[in-house]
Design a protein around this ligand. Structure first.
Ligand code: PRP
Length: 207
């Protein structure tokens, strides 16, 4: 049952089974110029990767390192599908500033949790590998802090933008072309991370 629109871009849906109201955030219909991957595509591919990772880390104890903020949705879906002993850590690695769609060349690393990685096999879970700068710096940082091994699992890979050519993420859900992509954790000016699918932003929304 759809209720009339509330304020601005929000609306409510009544869930008659649980008898609650869900508040939905609506986005302009043409926010995405093109949908690249639906929720179903993402879940299917995430399960395939989870199986691969579980097999590769069968005898190991893996530290799953979520890079905030972008990877949070992918991380949360991936870990639920894994079948291997694991622990979680969170890190903030930031290379983009404000609204710009270009990388600044610097990476700021801030520990969100006190990293317990000494002699552990770390799997970095990223939302996107673009120039590769973030993953290169993060890998160096983790190895310098005692990680036994470091591998990368990324939702999206944009190889055409790679500056650090030697960087090859071991697990890649999807390769994407060189466009500005958003949704499922990826933002534009900190917005739209909650959209459950992945698409290319319509240039008219880039300010
Ligand atoms: C994005 C993304 C990667 C990085 C990829 O993070 O999450 O960490 O950029 O780019 P690179 O390969 O060129 O280094 P961002 O700094 O936008 O932070 P966010 O995850 O909080 O959005």
């Amino acid at each position: 049952e759809i209720m009339p629109s509330l304020v601005g871009s929000e609306m409510c849906i009544r869930d008659s089974i649980n008898n609650v109201f869900w508040r939905l955030t609506m986005y302009p219909e043409d926010l995405m110029e093109k949908v690249l991957f639906t929720e179903e595509d993402i879940q299917k591919r995430t399960l395939e990767l989870a199986k691969e990772i579980s097999q590769d880390y069968k005898e190991k104890e893996i530290v799953l390192l979520c890079t905030l903020k972008g990877a949070i949705l992918f991380f949360s879906d991936l870990v639920k599908k894994l079948d291997v002993d694991n622990t979680f850590e969170f890190i903030r690695a930031s290379s983009y500033i404000g609204k710009t769609t270009d990388t600044s060349g610097n990476v700021r690393i801030t520990n969100a949790t006190s990293l317990d990685i000494k002699n552990k096999d770390v799997l970095i879970v990223e939302d996107i590998v673009d120039t590769g700068l973030t993953c290169v710096r993060l890998t160096e940082y983790l190895l310098a802090n005692g990680a036994k091994s470091v591998e990368i699992c990324t939702l999206l890979d944009k190889p055409s933008r790679r500056v650090y050519k030697d960087l090859k993420p071991k697990y890649v859900a999807f390769k994407v072309p060189d466009c500005f992509i958003l949704g499922y954790g990826l933002d534009y000016d900190e917005k739209y991370r909650d959209i459950p699918k992945i698409g290319v932003i319509n240039p008219k929304y880039i300010k």
